[in-house]
Design a protein around this ligand. Structure first.
Ligand code: SAM
Ligand code: SF4
Ligand code: SF4
Length: 354
């Protein structure tokens, strides 16, 4: 008998809203070499103890179980994933798994110039670099570090190496970089990368968040329309968070309207922290510890059955719930205070992976 094609052999697991388990964000470290004001503005955090960090073997094993339940997209993230040593080794290990159709990485780009070639050699499919500004002075204010040129060099290196579908992610903030939408798109056009504007979200360490700093999708489209003329939405059937648009000359860009127009109804994403806690939503306050059973010798079947039952019970729709709180003015009370974040570092965006 010839072997069954992988697709039909892969059972789909759906949550209570019928959303499949498909996309996994694998955080490889909670450390970061920047201090972005919207993510981890403090110098010190309660860092995950080193011995609790999953090894590459453990990550590969757990990811393997996820893929047997339907995951086919894996994104390496952090913290800053490039701070984890020997990342190409992990990439190669994951690339052994034929169920992973899309292996991607999100980075702040600071160390990318040194690593872009080795990532490509290791089989990384796609790369996203975060770039909020083209102005060095602003970068320094935003990140509390002086590294803008290195980020641009990292992006150049990624282009030279030939990463297809390079993306640049920009958190759009009113009063901060709202005057750079056009320059960022033009920069992306010049280097052959697609820019995606992310609405500022009230997650984890974004303790400085307020609704008036959110540059909405509508405001972005209006400003871009004023400059470029007619902007056409690109209709595509996808669970990807970005809505894509085309300018009159065909240049495309994306908007991720997480705050004003949440897309929880199609969300197939979950997150595994560097120490093995599995979160079903960016806003979830509780996760499932996978490290403990894995290290205690739980079998493949036991772990898979755990993953299946947790996902099947998933009811998370964090961004929609936050949106609903706006009516009563209660949204801004939901921010998690710095003391609580210190007690539980996994509530931070930089720990669970953006
Ligand atoms: N350090 C890497 C980086 O910055 O690309 C990867 C991890 S970072 C948490 C992943 C993404 O989350 C980045 O693109 C970052 O801009 C985004 N992010 C972090 N905090 C955010 C917030 N409050 N609102 C919107 N996006 C945010
Ligand atoms: Fe900035 Fe990414 Fe570091 Fe957060 S994890 S502080 S978004 S570079
Ligand atoms: Fe998915 Fe949660 Fe984000 Fe909604 S808020 S899109 S459920 S991760």
């Amino acid at each position: 008998m010839s072997p069954m094609p992988l697709e039909s052999a892969t059972p789909l697991v759906a949550d209570t809203f019928g959303r499949p388990l498909r996309s996994l964000r694998l955080s490889v470290t909670d450390r970061c070499n920047l201090r972005c004001k919207y993510c981890m503005p403090e110098e010190e955090y309660a860092w995950l103890p080193r011995e609790t960090l999953l090894t590459f073997e453990e990550m590969t094993t757990l990811t393997g179980y996820f893929t047997e339940l339907g995951v086919d997209k894996v994104r390496l993230t952090g913290g800053e994933p490039l701070l984890r040593r020997d990342l190409p080794v992990l990439m190669r290990m994951l690339r052994q798994n034929p169920r992973i159709k899309d292996l991607a990485l999100t980075t702040n780009g600071l160390l990318l110039a040194e690593h872009a070639q080795s990532f490509s050699d290791a089989g990384l499919h796609r790369l996203t670099v975060s770039l909020d500004t083209l102005r060095r002075d602003r970068f320094k204010v935003l990140t509390k570090r002086d590294g803008h040129e290195r980020v641009l060099e990292g992006i150049d290196a990624a282009v030279r190496v030939g990463f297809k579908g390079l993306k640049l992610d920009t958190v759009a903030m009113r009063g901060f970089n709202d005057d750079e939408l056009v320059t960022l798109i033009e920069y992306g056009k010049r280097i052959g990368a697609e820019v995606r504007f992310i609405e500022y979200m009230d997650v984890g360490g974004a303790t400085d968040w307020s609704l008036d700093q959110v540059l909405s999708r509508a405001a972005m489209l209006e400003a871009l329309g004023r400059h470029y003329g007619r902007i056409e939405p690109i209709l595509e059937k996808s669970s990807a968070p970005a809505q894509r648009f085309a300018l009159p000359d065909g240049t495309t860009f994306g908007i991720i309207p997480s705050t004003t127009t949440p897309f929880c109804s199609t969300c197939d994403r979950s997150r595994l922290t560097a120490d093995g806690m599995w979160y079903l939503c960016l806003y979830a306050k509780h996760g499932t510890d996978l490290r403990q059973p894995l290290r205690a010798g739980a079998s493949r079947d036991e772990l898979k059955s755990r993953l299946r039952s947790v996902w099947q019970a998933r009811r998370d729709r964090g961004a929609e719930e936050r949106k609903e709180l706006e009516q009563s003015g209660a949204r801004e009370n939901q921010l998690i205070g710095i003391e609580r974040l210190r007690e539980d570092p996994r509530l931070e965006m930089h720990t669970r992976g953006g």
